[in-house]
Design a protein around this ligand. Structure first.
Ligand code: 6PG
Length: 474
C-alpha cells in the first residue's frame, strides 16, 4: 500500500487547481489532487506529463494517508461557505503541525476568522492569493501569501519553484501578518478592474472618435506593449482585436455582449477603501461601470430616448493615438497609486505589516497586473520605503507632468463625444484633488457648521470653532 509519500495536495481540481498541480509536478514534487468527481481526477491523472507524479483521489482519508507529514494542503475552491465546508471536512483527519493553505479569492475578513478558528485547534493556516489565471497557474503564477510565517517558510520551497520569476527574483514572498495575503490579492484585483476599465475607455475613444478598425486597434495595443505601457493586459488586448469570430465573418470582440461580469473582489476593494477612508476613485469607477453595464435593457431604452448627437471632431489618428497612450499611462499610474496607498493605510489599520517592496516584486511577474511600470515603482519605493503615495515621488512626477496634458485632452474629447470616461476622469480628478494645496471644502465645512453646528478649524489659529451664522433676511 502506498503511504505518506506525496509532497502536496490540492482540494479542487478545476482550472487553477489542476494547472498548479501540473506545474508542481513538473518541478519534481509528488502531488495529489482531490475531487469527489472521479471523472475530474481521472482527467487530471491523464494530463500528467510522463515521468511526473500526479495522483487523483476521491476521499479525504485517502488524501490524508498519502501525504507526507506535516501535511501541506491547499484549497482552490470558490470563496465563501465552501471554504469553511472544506476546512470542516478536513478537521477530523488533520494532525498538529499540518498546514492548510487557502489559495482562493477569499474575503480577508473570512481569512481572519479562519485563522482564529484554526489557531485554537493548533493548525497552521496560510491565506494566499494566487494570480495569473489558467496559464499563470501552469507556467508560473504570482503568489501572495500572508499569515502564519513559520508555515509559510515550510511552503516556500514549493512556492518558489512554481512561481513566476523576474530577473531571477521569484514572484512569491511572505507579505505580512494575518490576512495580508488575501488583502493584497483583493487590492490587486481592484487595480486589475481599474486598468481593464481604462483600456476599454481608450478603446471606445479610438473606435468611436478616431474611427480605428479592429486591425488598427490590434496594432496600436501591440505597439504600446513595446514601450512604457508594456503589460499583460495591454498585450492580451492586442490579441483580442485579432481574433476572428467563428460564427460570423467579423471579429469576435464585436459579437460579445456588453455586460461585464464580476465575482466580487473589485467591489470588496471599494467597500473596504470606504471603510478606511482611502480614496480609490479609478477602482470605484470600474466597479460602477460593470454595474451600469449590467443594465443592458434599460440602456437600450435610454439610448432611444437620448440619442448621442456626436459632433464630428477633426481627428488626426496618429495624434489621437499618441495622446491616448499618454492618457492611459497617466491613469494606469493613478490606479496603482490608489491601490498601493490603500495597502499601506490598511496595513497599519489592520496591523498586517505589509512589505510594500515585496508586494511590488510579487506583482512584477505572473499576475494579471504585471507591467513594466512596476520596475519604476520598485525604484521609487526602494529610494523611499515610507513613500505615502506614488504621486509624491520625483520619478513618478516626471511621468505625470509629461502626460497630464494628454489626459485632459483625451477626457475632454470623450466627454464631448458623449462617451463614458469614468475611470480616466477619476484618475484625473484624483490627481487634481491630491495636488491641490487648497480645496473648496472650506465651504463644505461652513455649510456643516451652518446647519448642524459641526464646527470647523481655521487656517490662522489652532482650535475648533463654531459660528452663529447670520441669516440675511430678504
Ligand atoms: C487573477 C484574477 C482572478 C479573478 C478573475 C475574475 O488574479 O488571476 O484576478 O483571480 O478571479 O480575474 O474576476 P472577476 O470575475 O471579478 O472579473
Amino acid at each position: 500500500m502506498e503511504t505518506a509519500q506525496f509532497d502536496f495536495g490540492i482540494i479542487g481540481v478545476g482550472v487553477m487547481g489542476s494547472n498548479l498541480l501540473l506545474n508542481l509536478a513538473d518541478h519534481g514534487f509528488k502531488v495529489l489532487g482531490y475531487d469527489k468527481n472521479k471523472e475530474k481526477t481521472h482527467l487530471l491523472e491523464q494530463s500528467a506529463r510522463p515521468g511526473t507524479t500526479i495522483k487523483g483521489v476521491n476521499t479525504i482519508p485517502e488524501m490524508m494517508d498519502l501525504l507526507a507529514k506535516p501535511r501541506k494542503i491547499m484549497f482552490l475552491v470558490p470563496a465563501g461557505k465552501i471554504v469553511d465546508d472544506v476546512i470542516n471536512d478536513l478537521l477530523p483527519f488533520v494532525d498538529d503541525g499540518d498546514i492548510l493553505v487557502d489559495g482562493g479569492n477569499s474575503h480577508y475578513t473570512d481569512t481572519l476568522r479562519r485563522i482564529t478558528y484554526l489557531q485554537d485547534k493548533k493548525i497552521h493556516f496560510v491565506g494566499a492569493g494566487i494570480s495569473g489565471g489558467e496559464e499563470g497557474a501552469r507556467t508560473g503564477p504570482s503568489i501572495m501569501p500572508g499569515g502564519d510565517e513559520e508555515a509559510y517558510r515550510r511552503l516556500e520551497p514549493l512556492f518558489v519553484s512554481v512561481a513566476a520569476s523576474v530577473d531571477n527574483v521569484p514572484c512569491v514572498a511572505y507579505l505580512g501578518k494575518d490576512a495580508a495575503g488575501h488583502y493584497v490579492k483583493m487590492v490587486h484585483n481592484g487595480i486589475e478592474y481599474a486598468i481593464m476599465q481604462l483600456i476599454s475607455e481608450v478603446y471606445d475613444l479610438l473606435k468611436n472618435v478616431g474611427g480605428l478598425s479592429n486591425s488598427e486597434l490590434a496594432q496600436v495595443f501591440a505597439d504600446w506593449n513595446q514601450g512604457e505601457l508594456q503589460s499583460f493586459l495591454v498585450e492580451i488586448t492586442a490579441h483580442i482585436f485579432k481574433e476572428a469570430d467563428d460564427k460570423t465573418s467579423g471579429s469576435l470582440v464585436d459579437m460579445i455582449l456588453d455586460k461585464a461580469g464580476a465575482k466580487g473582489t473589485g467591489k470588496w476593494t471599494s467597500q473596504d477603501a470606504l471603510d478606511i477612508s482611502v480614496p480609490i476613485p479609478c477602482i470605484d469607477a470600474a466597479v460602477t461601470m460593470r454595474n451600469i453595464s449590467s443594465l443592458k435593457d434599460q440602456r437600450v431604452k435610454a439610448s432611444a430616448l437620448y440619442p448621442i448627437e456626436r459632433q464630428t471632431q477633426d481627428v488626426n489618428k496618429a495624434e489621437l493615438i499618441k495622446e491616448l497612450h499618454d492618457a492611459l499611462l497617466f491613469a494606469v499610474i493613478a490606479s496603482y497609486a490608489q491601490g498601493l496607498n490603500m495597502l499601506s493605510v490598511a496595513s497599519v489599520h489592520l496591523n498586517m505589516q505589509i512589505d510594500m517592496l515585496r508586494v511590488i516584486n510579487v506583482w512584477k511577474g505572473g499576475c494579471i497586473i504585471r507591467s513594466s511600470l512596476l520596475k519604476v515603482f520598485e525604484l521609487a519605493y526602494s529610494s523611499d520605503p515610507n513613500l505615502q503615495n506614488l504621486f509624491l515621488h520625483p520619478d513618478i512626477a516626471e511621468i505625470i507632468l509629461r502626460t497630464q496634458g494628454s489626459v485632459r485632452t483625451a477626457v475632454s474629447k470623450g466627454i464631448q463625444a458623449g462617451l463614458p470616461m469614468g475611470a480616466m476622469t477619476s484618475g484625473l480628478y484624483y490627481f487634481d484633488a491630491f495636488r491641490a494645496e487648497r480645496l473648496p471644502v472650506n465651504l463644505v465645512q461652513a455649510q456643516r457648521d451652518f446647519f448642524g453646528a459641526h464646527t470647523y478649524e481655521r487656517i490662522d489659529q489652532p482650535g475648533v470653532f463654531h459660528t452663529e451664522w447670520n441669516v440675511v433676511k430678504p
